[in-house]
Design a protein around this ligand. Sequence first.
Ligand code: HH2
Length: 258
Amino acid sequence: MGVLNVTPDSFSDGGDYLDAGAAVARGLELVADGANLIDVGGESTRPGSDPVAADEEMRRVVPVIERLVGAGVAVSIDTMKAEVAEAALAVGASFVNDVTALRFDARMATVVARANVGLCLMHMQGEPKTMQEHPHYDDVTAEVAAHLRAQADIALAAGVRADQISVDPGIGFGKTTEHNLTLLRELPAIAALGYPVVVGVSRKRFLGELTGEPVTGRVSATVAANVEAFRRGAWMFRVHDVRATRQALVVAQAVEGS
Ligand code: HH2
């Protein structure tokens, strides 16, 4: 899954692809690099970020999605708002990535059920504005797994089929470096929920804390974290650096013989 943020303030590529033409070109580049799905977002959820109104979010993402779909690209919409998801699905998006796992907008599950598309449910403690202030868990993996199971049950009750659902531990969303590392180490417990597991470690802050590298210097760290996640059962990898990650995963998969 290639990351395409059509925002002025995303932590890694903020401001790079605000122009629709530049965003489409970047999406096509990610596909050429080996991405199977492009995750288009119009609202940053980095720690400390401010919310964006639905009409502004739609203005950013809809033209980009329309053109990528027109070029034959599979597109995911990264949004917590049902209204934005509906607009994206109407122009051909085929996957919904909800970083609030249906907590923000109760209508999201119905929209996904009706459209019959994939849904990623991601765990977040708190909300982006304040989530990194005092993240606390007694048992991070057990709590994240229980939350994802509960949110998947809400999706199922709204008519989403089990085979539409994937789950994501939400690396960096209301978590310390130690929480992130524990979740990656114990990823098999998330996979045991029975849904495919998505991970988003790409260039994130905990990799900077471990290596001392700035955002743009974290490619090797990102690749290593994704391989570790792969070895513990992850199925989809949300990354900015598609070519490097894909190469590593091809080799990891070949070694495993799967
Ligand atoms: N991380 C980000 C955004 N969306 N979705 C899923 N499923 N998993 C993640 O880990 C995840 C996500 C944050 O990264 P990014 O999009 O690069 O930055 P920003 O939120 O600043 O736009």
